[in-house]
Write a protein that binds this ligand. Structure first.
Ligand code: SF4
Length: 317
């Protein structure tokens, strides 16, 4: 093509993230563990939202599910038992531009981490809070957790758990400034994906209780639920979690529920005979702590030191 000017410029495509970009180390959860499904759903949400992996951070406490930061190809922080939320809040307070995910379990969040759970909900910082609830301490091999069913046999209660289980949904719904409360089961991938996506897209703390299979130490807990879809009540609404017909027909019990109706959300959450699945409560207008406390986030280290010294000068004798 002599005589014609060739265009040698390279076509540069915008960076596109695939599932592989969100893959971390090889997941070492037991075969059949529900945690695998949650990891995949979270990776799909990140991929579909084209969230930059280097702008996401996954924070966890201690427990089987808390190994998630190792398996997600984002930044991660594997923290102390029950302490995922204060770390996550700290990250969000100083780096509000980061996308924060929290992976915690029923033992981690609803027992040793209770104080952080309650206060983090009130702070309502923009993050996705996934509580993997398998009703047992799995990592330490089968101790009674706050959500173990009454009569459930464990190492610490060989004759069966003495108390009725804690209801994390009613507790969560009762916290001032709570903004997003949903429940889902790990063995329904479309519903799990849509619920995590809605929590991710919500501005505020997206609390998702994930009823999770632990086939090793709490098989009967999830098997009973898996075999009886009648134990669930699917929540449907135009402002709720979008549910395809192929999913909704799996549940014989369905109801219309407006997620802005807190009083009805309480009623639904309190019914232990029929567990609600979907979005119980959503308040998109709840205030986020980081929006109120962002003053000084942009300060340089020198400016901070200057301010710190000014405070010390005031109390110098
Ligand atoms: Fe999952 Fe249970 Fe194995 Fe832990 S012990 S990885 S929760 S199946």
């Amino acid at each position: 093509m002599f005589g014609l000017k060739a265009d040698w410029s390279l076509e540069v495509f915008e960076r596109y993230f695939t599932m592989g970009d969100y893959a971390g180390g090889e997941a070492r959860w037991c075969p059949g563990c529900g945690d695998h499904a949650v990891l995949t759903a979270a990776q799909k949400v990140l991929r579909d939202e084209q969230q930059r992996p280097e702008m996401s951070v996954c924070v966890s406490g201690i427990g089987c599910s808390s190994r998630m930061p190792h398996y997600l190809g984002t930044f991660g922080f594997h923290g102390l038992h029950g302490r995922a939320l204060p770390v996550a809040c700290g990250i969000k307070a100083r780096r509000p531009e980061l996308d924060v995910w929290v992976a915690t379990g029923d033992g981690d969040c609803f027992s040793i981490g209770t104080a952080h759970w309650i206060h983090a909900l009130r702070y309502n910082m923009d993050m996705t809070l996934m509580v993997f609830d398998n009703a047992i301490y799995g990592l330490t091999k089968a101790q009674t957790s706050p959500t173990s069913p009454h009569g459930f046999k464990t190492n610490t209660h060989p004759f069966g758990a003495i108390l009725e289980p804690h209801n994390p949904l009613t507790v969560t719904l009762g916290v001032t400034n709570v903004s997003f409360v949903a429940q889902v089961a790990d063995w329904n991938p479309p519903l799990l994906y849509e619920t995590l996506k809605a929590a991710y897209q919500h501005k505020g703390t997206g609390f998702v209780r994930i009823i999770q299979r632990c086939p090793v130490y709490a098989d009967s807990f999830s098997k009973e639920l898996q075999q009886n879809p009648d134990r669930f009540l699917l929540l449907q609404h135009q402002r709720g979690i979008p549910v395809d017909k192929s999913v909704s027909r799996q549940f014989p019990n369905r109801t219309e529920h407006d997620p802005s109706d807190l009083a009805r959300a309480f009623q639904l959450a309190a019914d232990s005979a029929r567990l609600p699945l979907g979005l119980l409560y959503h308040n998109p207008d709840a205030q986020c702590y980081e929006d109120l406390s962002s003053q000084g986030v942009e300060m340089t280290p020198e400016k901070r030191l200057e301010g710190f010294n000014a405070v010390l000068d005031r109390i110098t004798i």
